[in-house]
Design a protein around this ligand. Structure first.
Ligand SMILES: N[C@@H](CCC(=O)N[C@@H](CS)C(=O)NCC(=O)O)C(=O)O
Length: 220
């Protein structure tokens, strides 16, 4: 079986797939593709023109959520999606919340503009971006703060795809200076800090920081 992950390692959606594959001990090669410079004909692989895409032998599978479910079916251990229906639905919901709400609120703002556009020299209005984060992030933080409570995991008592999706967005956002105020959202701030320091995420945080530092210093 041959697996290739097509995408940029800085993408939180690509990171979700990498973490899933690493936890499941599935070997893969990387085909680096920037979402800002897609190769000609990429729409034939993914008409949504997004990364990641997983190439499994000769077949392309699009969308990180679909890819991670495929990997879970192929290699169920360790389980990242519970079998119990309610927990499975909750994991799916936290993943959807991360991918479709947290991403535009904190990653496509805090990371894309304050890191990528800065590095590319693309002009943007920093105050406008801060205003979007200020408007969109707090209701999501309120919800997540309540959901996590005093637990270390969003669902049950073990790491799931829900945590991987949520923390992946926070990793990118943190690179753009987006922080969770620990006075306002103490549970969420504790959870994010603890996950950032965990064996699963600490190497990703360090690797992402290194890539970001390199990009920003090359742009100076
Ligand atoms: N739902 C997709 C979202 C992937 C996504 O938005 N990826 C970004 C990069 S982080 C992208 O490809 N953006 C290209 C664009 O916005 O045109 C998934 O989970 O794979």
């Amino acid at each position: 079986m041959s697996f290739t992950v097509i995408g940029a390692p800085l993408s939180p959606f690509v990171r979700k797939v990498h973490i899933t594959m690493d936890l499941k001990n599935i070997e893969f090669t990387m085909d680096p593709v920037s979402p800002f410079a897609l190769p000609e004909g990429y729409e034939k692989i993914n008409p949504a023109k997004r990364i990641p895409v997983l190439k499994h032998n000769d077949t392309y599978i699009c969308d990180s959520a679909v890819i991670c479910r495929y990997l879970e079916d192929l290699s169920p251990s360790p389980s990242l999606i519970p079998v119990e229906p309610l927990q499975k639905a909750q994991v799916g919901w936290f993943e959807t919340l991360a991918d479709t709400e947290l991403a535009p609120a904190i990653t496509f703002t805090g990371f894309r503009h304050k890191v990528i556009y800065k590095a590319m020299g693309t002009p943007f209005d920093e105050a406008e971006i801060d205003a979007i984060i200020e408007e969109k992030a707090p209701p999501l933080y309120d919800y997540l703060n309540e959901a996590i409570g005093s637990s270390d995991y969003l669902v049950g008592d073990q790491l799931s795809l829900g945590d991987i999706a949520v923390i992946s967005q926070f990793i990118n956002a943190s690179m753009g200076g987006v922080q969770v105020d620990e006075k306002r959202w103490p549970n969420l701030a504790r959870y994010v800090a603890k996950q950032f320091a965990s064996d699963t995420f600490a190497p990703r945080v360090a690797a992402t920081q290194k890539m970001v530092d390199k990009m920003l210093s090359a742009a100076k």
